[in-house]
Design a binder for this molecule. Structure first.
Ligand SMILES: O=C(O)[C@@H](CO)OP(=O)(O)O
Length: 214
């Protein structure tokens, strides 16, 4: 088995403003930088009794900047992996949740339908995104059999991971939170994925919310 700890990046201004980022490369805000520091301290303590063997990050700076303080504490380099970047939301990127339906009605409807085949103007279909994420994680896991690794990634990626490991279809309601700097533990053994523990934010107490929809 490979034990993977999926970690969502710290907060950005766009998270706070509820604006969709996708492939837009938005930096952490001050609060997010602080969250990354708290996460790094937590993982340094964890690593004393629970060895961690490798660190991967999405190539988007909000994930990478969350991974860097952890890599410094653990003495491990960050391996950049574009396959675990957020979904490309095309014309929806930059829009906030409040105005999305009026500013881009067709794309917003496609996004909210969660139909894996429905095209999203300028972006990835949900099905393309799912295939990219699952094949990337399977590939990484196969290189780390018997090890424990960290993957710094995004809310949409966590949604795909949770569903795949829990057997919940893409269009069914999700009852798991996708929180900034949360640690989400999954075991991967060949084709069998299993949620070990989800939504651990003990290092930041109650300072985080779930802004990921739908
Ligand atoms: O792209 C975004 O704005 C959100 C969407 O869920 O994800 P994240 O903030 O985790 O990158």
């Amino acid at each position: 088995m490979t034990e993977i700890w999926f970690i969502r990046h710290g907060e950005t201004d766009w998270n706070r403003q509820r604006r969709l980022q996708g492939w837009k490369d938005i930096p952490l805000n001050e609060f997010g930088v602080n969250q990354a520091g708290l996460l790094a301290a937590r993982l340094r303590e964890e690593a004393r009794h629970t060895p961690i063997h490798a660190i991967y990050s999405s190539d988007l700076q909000r994930a990478h900047a969350t991974a860097v303080p952890v890599s410094e504490q653990l003495g491990l380099r960050v391996r950049v992996e574009p396959g675990i970047r957020e979904r490309g939301f095309g014309v929806l990127e930059g829009l906030d949740h409040e105005h999305i339906d009026t500013q881009a009605p067709e794309a917003a409807a496609a996004w909210k339908s969660r139909d894996p085949l429905r095209p999203l103007d300028g972006g990835e279909t949900l099905g393309q995104f799912q295939s990219r994420v699952i094949s990337t994680v399977d590939d990484i896991a196969s290189r780390h059999e018997g090890e424990r690794i960290l993957l710094f990634t995004h809310g949409g990626v966590l949604d795909i991971i949770w569903r795949h490991a829990s057997g919940v279809p893409l269009n069914a309601p999700r009852d798991a939170a996708l929180l900034n700097v949360s640690i989400n533990r999954v075991g991967v053994q060949g084709r069998k994925w299993e949620v070990l523990d989800w939504g651990d934010v003990g290092h930041v107490a109650d300072e985080v919310g779930d802004d990921v929809v739908p």
